[in-house]
Every structure is written in structure tokens, then in C-alpha cells.
Design a protein around this ligand. Structure first.
Ligand code: B12
Ligand code: SF4
Length: 493
């Protein structure tokens, strides 16, 4: 029996901010859109739908082994789940913390529709909470794969094919896979499995509808205490540059000229020689794409930025997090304000046309009210000085897999609850800090957001109030949690 596999993507779901933030967020995003358009209209050339790279890579490997694979984003939206599910033998679902309940809900429906179905859960949340998920949902989740899923999913499909049924598999009868928790990263390493490119042909719509994220590496060599990357993604490893260029050629053949592609490596500028080979390759390949990427300020250097500029990079997102150096240190983020300013100046001097976004995180362990107000001032100064064009600001979430989640008391954090649906970077913190409550953090976060909006409006001569007059469907944040069942297309960026 050749098992038929559904890859169910719950890596992004509609997220709604609390009412008191909705209006401000809408104004702020509208202002940012205007700023972007005025700066460089091509920055908007990017689709708004999302896909999970990871699931599409799993799809590539399964197809190479001749398994029939279907990929769907949020299949909860299927009008007739029972009928659809009937067509599959294995469901592999991805999930993040905010979306895990949604993924579980779908797997529950699927099991009700077809009891003889093997369900596998993977992705960042499943990697961090594998044991708990297996213990709490024995009827819904048969297997959890931690870390990388490609090799593990092929082994699972092979085992089902060999046995001719999924029933015995669930009871743990098969070979090496005799436990319900599978360490995907370890399996990939033991087999020396190469990183594969995602199977874009599996997407239900043309790639031009999607925001395309590519990467040149997996994992992160750093270990910031508020980030789960090192713990849940696995060790840092590079994708060979010729392979990345093949993927970019494939992407370029599927999207309009000038489309912006984002490099979503954890730290794109960590390995200078890897980056240099990439950008030299991009120049030679004449792809007709524009690029953006995420940078760590303490790794920025003039040569790399100059090469990137010449290769078509138009947007840089720089992880600043906070201007409070003691907070950065406490969180294992070894960068200083001087590093930040030098990095931003370097980018500006090398590439005057670049669109620069400075990313902040509100409510890091060690934060104080005064520190958060200082951050608001710092954000304003960055915008006024022209070193950055936009600010990205989110509330810290102690995701499973982070040191903040695992050892909260060591960092002076008291986590209030584990209702994963509320683990959103748009909402009030799910924790209190020793020096400041979650409620106060959120109040100061809203103040920071208001400062950013006012600064945008001042610089661009925009009328803040007029910005509220935005059609609700312009933004993903407007979707209520129920819309997911009816709506067939939503954006998330
Ligand atoms: C690109 C990216 C995005 C993109 C695209 C997301 C997507 N669909 O993948 C965008 C910008 C949309 C995005 C948004 C958000 N993101 Co994001 N994102 C990333 C980033 C940087 C790269 C993802 C990626 O492509 N990785 C590479 C691929 C190969 O890995 P992968 O997708 O994880 O898949 C592998 C494994 O996880 C596993 N796997 C995954 N699914 C499955 C399923 C099965 C069955 C199996 C067996 C295995 C398996 O196998 C895959 C292949 O090896 C990651 C960090 C990272 N480095 O991974 C954060 C990350 C996934 N994002 C994160 C978060 C929190 C968000 C937001 C919630 C933030 C917010 N705004 O509040 C939003 C979601 C908004 C929404 N509406 O839902 C967190 C998730 C943490 C958590 N526990 O939930 C991460 C880990 C960053 C972090 N360190 O905190 N994100
Ligand atoms: S915050 Fe960035 S640098 Fe720090 S561990 Fe996460 S991905 Fe790596």
C-alpha cells in the first residue's frame, strides 16, 4: 500500500490583536504602507499568502520517494472535511504555539472522519512540547516529530507502506520507530541528509500570490534566551550556495520581474563568506528579483552590504530588540547600542536607497518602565535621524523552547498561563516581570506604538486620524477567529 499523504499547514493563522490595540495598529500599518510606497514602490511587490517552507521541503522528499502528496494551508477551512480526509492515509500537520490548538482541532476532525488515519505533528511548537502533546492528546496525535521532518516523514511513510496498514504502526510495532516521539534532526544527521528545496509546485495557487521566504541556512549559532531557534530548529547548518541559486531561479521563473524575496535565515549575515558567495552568484544569475533579509547588527560589515546592494537587496531588517544594554546582556544578546548605531550607519552609507526596518521586542526580562520609555525615545530618534525608515515592535512571548519559558524564575519572570491561543506578539504579555507587571508592559508597549505612529505622521506630513479610515479587509488583524472556517484566502505578514 502506497500511503497517500496530506501536509496540513498551520504554521500561520489569522491573529487578532486585543480591541485596545486594533485601532492603533491599523493606523500604524497604514502609515507604514504609505512610507514604503513613497520610498520605493517595488517594496510592495510581494504576495500576501503564506506557506511553510518546512512542509514544502518535506513534500519534495516524499515526492522523490514517489509518495502521493497534497499540501493545504489551514484545511480546517475545507467545507467538507469528512470527504476530503477520506482521500488520505497519513496527515502531517505543522504548528506554532499560537496555532497548535487549531492544528489539533483539525486532527480531531480528521480522526473522527477516518479512524484509520495516521496523524503526525511537527513544527516549532511540536518540537518544544512533544512529550506533553503525546500525553495530552493520545486520541488525536499518533506521532510527534521534533526538529527537521524530511527524513522522519519518509521513514514513517516507508513503514506504513511496508506494513500495508497504519493500525499496527500506532501501537508502536515498527522497527526503529517504536516510540511515538521521533527526533527528526537526529535522524537527518545520522543519515547525513541534505537540505532540500521546497516543492513550490505543491502550492494550490501560483507563487506570485505568496510572500516568498527563502534561506541559505537552518538553525542559529547564537542562543538569545528569549528565542527558541537554537533549541527547536536544531544546530546551524548551511545550504550549498548552488542549491540556493537553483531555488532562486525556480522562484524567478514563477513570479513577476522585480518581486521581492525575503531571506529568512535566523542570522543571514552570520557567515560572511557564505553570504559573499551567494550575492556574487545572484549578480551573475541576473534573476530580476529584489531582496530583503534579517540582519544581526553586530555582524554587519561594509563589504557585505556593498555586495548585497549590488545584487539587488532593497530592504534590511535589523534586530535591535532594546536599547537597554543590561537587558540585552541578561538575555544573552551580546550586542551594544554602539553596534546598533554603527550597523545602521554602515547600511545607510553603503546604500542610501535601502529601506531599513529596526526590530524591537517589548517586555524582555530585566525591563523596567523607565527602560521601555527610553526605548520609545530611541525608536523616535532612529526614525528622525533617517537611520531607519520603519520600526517593527512586538510584545515578547515566552515561547516553549526558550530559556524564558524553561527557566522563568532565573530571569525574574512569572508566567501566568499556558493558553497557547493567547501566545501572540500582538497581545498583552502572558507573564509578569519582577519589576513590572504584564499589564504595565502592555500599556507601555501601546505608548511606544503611539510614539512611532506620531513620528511617522510628523515625518510624512500625514493626518493620524485620517489613517483610521482604512477598509478592514486590508489587514489580517481584522479577521476574527471564526473567519478561518469560512474564508479561503487570508494574508499574514
Ligand atoms: C519565515 C518565518 C515566518 C514567515 C512565514 C511563516 C511560515 N509559514 O513558515 C512569517 C513572516 C509569515 C512568519 C510569521 C510569524 N512567525 Co515566524 N518564522 C519564520 C522563520 C524565520 C523561518 C521559518 C522557516 O521557513 N524555517 C525553515 C523551515 C525549513 O523550517 P520549518 O518551517 O520550521 O520546518 C521544519 C521543521 O519545523 C519540521 N516541521 C515543520 N512542520 C512539520 C510538520 C510535520 C508533520 C513534520 C514531521 C515536521 C515538520 O520539519 C521542517 C523541515 O525540516 C522561523 C524561524 C526559523 N528559523 O525557522 C520563524 C518562527 C517559525 N516564527 C515564529 C512566530 C512566533 C511567528 C509569528 C507568530 C510572530 C507574530 N507575528 O506574532 C507569526 C505568525 C503570524 C500568523 N499569522 O500566524 C516562531 C514560532 C515559535 C513558536 N513556538 O510558535 C519562529 C520559530 C521564530 C522564533 N524563534 O520565535 N514567520
Ligand atoms: S534572536 Fe536571532 S540571533 Fe538570537 S537566537 Fe534567535 S535567531 Fe539567533
Amino acid at each position: 500500500m502506497l500511503p497517500r499523504i496530506l501536509l496540513a499547514d498551520f504554521s500561520t493563522i489569522p491573529l487578532a490583536p486585543p480591541p485596545r490595540y486594533t485601532h492603533l495598529l491599523r493606523q500604524r500599518l497604514k502609515a507604514q504602507e504609505i512610507i514604503k510606497r513613497r520610498w520605493n514602490p517595488t517594496l510592495l511587490k510581494r504576495g500576501s499568502q503564506c506557506f511553510s517552507r518546512g512542509l514544502l521541503s518535506i513534500g519534495t522528499v516524499l515526492q522523490k520517494h514517489e509518495y502521493p502528496v497534497v499540501y493545504r494551508h489551514s484545511p480546517l477551512r475545507w467545507r467538507d472535511i469528512d470527504e476530503e480526509v477520506e482521500r488520505f492515509d497519513i496527515i502531517g500537520a505543522s504548528c506554532t504555539t499560537a496555532s497548535v490548538n487549531r492544528a489539533l482541532e483539525f486532527l480531531r476532525f480528521a480522526k473522527q472522519a477516518k479512524a484509520d488515519l495516521l496523524t503526525v505533528l511537527g513544527g516549532p511548537h511540536a518540537s518544544a512540547k512533544a512529550i506533553e502533546l503525546l500525553a495530552e492528546y493520545p486520541e488525536i496525535v499518533d506521532l510527534v516529530v521534533t526538529g527537521e521532518g524530511e527524513t522522519a516523514m519518509v521513514e514513517i511513510a516507508d513503514a506504513v507502506r511496508e506494513s500495508g496498514t497504519v493500525a499496527g504502526f500506532r501501537s508502536g510495532a515498527y522497527g526503529g520507530l517504536d516510540r511515538r516521539l521521533i527526533d527528526g534532526t537526529e535522524r537527518a544527521r545520522s543519515k547525513n541528509a541534505p537540505i532540500v528545496n521546497p516543492g513550490y509546485e505543491l502550492l494550490p495557487y501560483s507563487l506570485l500570490n505568496y510572500g516568498v521566504n527563502v534561506n541559505t541556512s537552518r538553525g542559529c549559532p547564537f542562543a538569545c534566551r528569549y528565542c527558541s531557534e537554537t533549541e527547536v530548529i536544531g544546530p546551524y547548518r548551511r545550504t550549498p550556495i548552488p542549491q540556493v541559486l537553483d531555488e532562486l531561479r525556480d522562484v524567478a521563473s514563477r513570479v513577476p520581474h522585480g518581486t521581492m524575496v525575503h531571506f529568512c535565515d535566523s542570522v543571514f549575515n552570520f557567515d560572511r563568506s557564505h553570504l559573499a558567495s551567494l550575492v556574487v552568484g545572484i549578480r551573475r544569475a541576473r534573476l530580476g528579483l529584489a531582496f530583503s533579509c534579517d540582519l544581526r547588527p553586530d555582524c554587519v560589515d561594509v563589504e557585505s552590504i556593498a555586495l548585497m546592494r549590488d545584487a539587488g537587496f532593497v530592504k534590511y531588517c535589523v534586530g535591535i530588540e532594546t536599547s537597554q544594554e543590561s537587558v540585552l546582556r541578561q538575555n544573552g544578546r551580546m550586542q551594544s547600542v554602539v553596534d546598533v548605531l554603527v550597523a545602521l550607519r554602515t547600511i545607510r552609507e553603503c546604500d542610501r536607497r535601502a529601506f531599513v526596518v529596526a526590530y524591537f521586542l517589548a517586555g524582555l526580562p530585566g525591563s523596567t518602565s523607565q527602560g521601555m520609555l527610553d526605548d520609545a525615545r530611541f525608536m523616535r530618534q532612529l526614525l528622525l535621524s533617517g537611520l531607519t525608515n520603519a520600526i517593527g515592535n512586538k510584545v515578547l512571548v515566552p515561547y516553549p523552547g526558550t530559556a524564558v519559558h524553561q527557566n522563568p524564575s532565573e530571569l525574574g519572570v512569572k508566567i501566568r498561563h499556558s493558553d497557547w491561543r493567547l501566545y501572540s506578539r500582538f497581545g498583552p504579555p502572558v507573564y509578569d516581570l519582577a519589576m513590572i507587571t504584564g499589564q504595565e508592559i502592555f500599556r507601555l508597549f501601546l505608548q511606544q506604538e503611539a510614539v512611532v505612529l506620531q513620528t511617522y505622521c510628523g515625518l510624512q506630513e500625514l493626518d493620524c486620524d485620517a489613517l483610521a479610515d482604512v477598509h478592514p479587509s486590508d489587514y489580517v488583524y481584522e479577521y476574527s477567529l471564526n473567519d478561518v472556517y469560512q474564508d479561503s484566502a487570508f494574508s499574514c505578514s
